[in-house]
Design a protein around this ligand. Structure first.
Ligand code: ATP
Length: 449
């Protein structure tokens, strides 16, 4: 169990239960409350490392709680969970001091990544290490280790899903900055008009809606490492400002008057051919040279085949542990199928395939028929009786064992001809929780329809 303690505010008890399952399986300590008022009391009596709150709550809503946290506990990160279509409010919430927001329904991984990002100082010991066996990857890690001990800027290139963020973490952990913050920002995920304020910070009143001052990512990373993920997705005007900050090694918050000296190691990632993008005019040449001091390139996994099976084994163990089931064995037919695939989605795709295989394989053995690259053509039917005899579906669901859960829900959907209300009643969960779980099944590649 990690030392990180989370306060989760969600009024839908079913959804709260699903969140708790996910977070506990990821080893977080959680306190669940069902209203903002309860959260205020919990904050008074306990110490937390992060608050994650729904926006729509009875009584005081998530924004009210956000203002309370920003005023009373300015150091405590708070993230909001908002419904789709509520993006304007979500943006406003970030201006008001929320560290992030998640649009529902979100993937388990998104939730865990966001929490890991803001509790990173405490959780850094659990940061994942790159698994590598191929000689090309071992050479790359060796190079990364050598550059890590310098303060040089590093540009990590590679196709999407090759592990660029994992490599950036590795460099940080191998550097003298390992006990200082590792702060990551995905330039493609932040609305364009917010990126500048989030990177550089702002003073209260810098623009309409800036009700309190906020340190930017550069300041948060001071002494440590700042990962600028997908750097090319930043507009050219902001690229000029970024270049100035990098050259002068100081930052001024928007609306601020004083310069804040910086000691930050920059790692940038891109999945584009950056030199080509400079030629096309999408990226400033001067910034390119500033960042490209030490380029590292992760090959796509089809070009470092020696990594495929070791990473697959690692992912099998990781997900089996999360699902609290024994790790299944990859039989030779499955290994050959993994080896022969071109992996356009790289390790991220492999991760999905392994999760599916764990769900689809009976008896802890993964054969080639359990390796499903594209589930759009229809998932293999669940291959085991779904509900163990002496246990009810609802009690199994309550255990939060995802593999069983997916099978149970799939079978219940088949039995009820897809009638969701009937399925929710039968499984003893709210329709909203069922929607959330079905979204998770879809994300795992199961063709629920
Ligand atoms: N060598 C590796 N060992 C273990 N896990 C890995 C490795 N490489 C990647 N992963 C896992 O694969 C997933 C994708 O990795 P990551 O996010 O670092 O890729 P990326 O190249 O930054 O992707 P994108 O370009 O889409 O942002 C993550 O879940 C990561 O933990």
């Amino acid at each position: 169990m990690s030392d990180v303690k989370l306060l989760i505010v969600e009024d839908d008890k079913g959804l709260a239960e699903a969140l708790e399952d996910t977070l506990m399986l990821a080893s977080y300590q959680c306190k669940m409350v069902y209203s903002a008022e309860e959260a205020v009391i919990a904050l008074k009596h306990g110490q937390f490392d992060m608050v994650v709150s729904d926006v729509n709550l009875p009584g005081m809503d998530g924004y009210g709680l956000l203002h309370h946290v920003v005023d009373a506990y300015p150091e405590l990160p708070i993230m909001l969970m908002t419904a789709y279509g509520d993006i304007a409010h979500a943006v406003e919430a970030m201006r008001d001091g929320a560290v992030d927001y998640l649009l529902k329904p979100f993937q388990e991984e998104e939730l865990l990544n966001a929490i890991a990002k803001y509790t990173v100082k405490l959780a850094s010991s659990t940061a994942s290490q790159p698994i590598a066996k191929d000689s090309a990857s071992l050479a790359l890690l060796d190079l990364a280790k050598r550059v890590a001990v310098t303060d040089s800027t590093v540009l990590v290139c590679g196709e999407s899903g090759t592990g660029k963020e994992v490599l950036a973490h590795y460099i940080h952990n191998q550097s003298g900055r390992r006990n200082a913050p590792f702060v990551a920002i995905n330039c493609a995920a932040i609305p364009e008009n917010m990126l500048e304020a989030i990177l550089f910070g702002y003073e209260k009143g810098a623009y309409t809606g800036a009700v309190s001052s906020q340190a930017g990512k550069f300041e948060q990373a001071n002494g440590g490492t700042l990962l600028l993920d997908e750097i090319t997705e930043m507009d050219v005007g902001l690229q000029a400002k970024l270049l100035r900050v990098l050259q002068e090694q100081e930052v001024e918050r928007l609306g601020g008057k004083k310069s804040i000296p910086l000691d930050v190691r920059i790692i940038a990632t891109t999945n584009r051919d950056l030199a080509e993008y400079v030629k096309e005019g999408g990226f400033r040449e001067d910034l390119y040279y500033r960042l490209n001091v030490f380029p590292l390139r992760w090959l796509p996994i089809r070009e470092r085949k020696g990594d495929i099976l070791p990473i697959a084994e690692h992912l099998l163990h990781k997900h089996a542990a999360k699902m609290r089931i024994p790790a299944a064995i990859l039989k030779p037919s499955a290994q050959s199928k993994l080896d022969a695939h071109p992996w356009p989605g790289n390790v991220r795709e492999l991760d999905n395939v392994i999760q599916r295989a764990l769900i689809l394989s009976p008896n802890g053995q993964i054969h080639d028929e359990h390796i499903a690259f594209d589930m759009m053509g229809g998932a293999p039917a669940p291959s085991e009786p779904v509900v163990e005899e002496e246990e009810s579906a609802a009690s199994i669901l309550g255990k939060g064992v995802q593999q069983h859960e997916f099978r149970i829900i799939a079978q219940a959907l088949i039995d009820a001809n897809g009638k969701r209300k009937e399925v929710a009643d039968k499984l003893g969960i709210s329709p909203r929780t069922l929607r959330y779980k079905i979204a998770k099944m879809r994300e795992s590649g199961i063709d629920v329809d």
